[in-house]
Design a binder for this molecule. Structure first.
Ligand code: URA
Length: 220
């Protein structure tokens, strides 16, 4: 049994359907799950997803001494490491899990809000680590319209990060959002725990889990 599902309609989408991820996501969807449990589950799922999303990190091999023997070709992650970039604010809940997995990763932030008239994303904060040679993991739990994610990827491109150095990690994706990211950044892989049905008239994902930021931070 595989824990990865490719989707014919969306070649850049990978659904991580591992049973542990799916079980934890179901708990997160339940409307009576507490803020504390929601936060813990998001971190735990991010750890599990992080395992897959980093699968292709290049390794180099060098000599070490174990307590009992010399080892010529011990593997280590090669070169520059990883930058985790949450889209504020809910993306921070997923970034926490990735940072637990990769404590020396750099942390950037992209803050966006929606212009009330045009409904387009406007940047209010962009802070990124040095980009050269680094892999950027962009996190946001809900890929709904896809406009914020597409904009965040544009921000990275503008700052010198090519699409080939970007991975997107979301928790729940709507087909509408995946389509927008795929049309604007066709070669960026998008990892998700679930591909849900659709958006409602307020751009909430159906069935989704509600407002991820409010559930994560206990706000309303
Ligand atoms: N953002 C959320 O937090 N939830 C949705 O369903 C859509 C966007």
């Amino acid at each position: 049994m595989t824990s990865l599902t490719a989707c014919a309609a969306f070649p850049s989408l990978v659904v991580l359907d591992h049973p542990l991820i799916q079980h934890k996501l179901t708990l997160m969807r339940c409307c009576d799950t507490s803020t504390r449990t929601f936060r813990d589950l998001l971190r735990e799922i991010s750890l599990l997803m992080g395992y897959e999303i980093t699968r292709e990190l290049p390794l180099d091999h060098g000599p070490i001494e174990t307590p009992v023997a010399a080892m010529d070709r011990a593997p280590r992650i090669a070169g520059k490491k990883v930058a985790v970039v949450p889209i504020l604010r809910a993306g921070t809940g997923m970034a926490d899990g990735l940072l637990e997995l990769m404590p020396s990763a750099r942390l950037g932030h992209i803050g966006l809000y929606r212009d009330p008239l045009t409904h387009r994303p406007i940047e209010y904060l962009v802070k990124l680590p040095p980009v050269a040679g680094r892999l950027f993991l962009v996190t946001d739990p809900m890929l709904a319209t896809g406009n914020s994610m597409a904009h965040a990827l544009d921000v990275l491109n503008r700052n010198g990060v090519p699409d080939s150095s970007i991975r997107v990690m979301v928790l729940v994706a709507a087909p509408e959002g995946v389509r927008v990211v795929q049309e604007t950044h066709p070669t960026v892989p998008v990892f998700t725990a679930a591909l849900d049905e659709r958006l409602d008239d307020h751009a909430y994902i159906i069935p989704g889990l509600g407002d991820a930021g409010d559930r994560l931070f206990g706000t309303k």
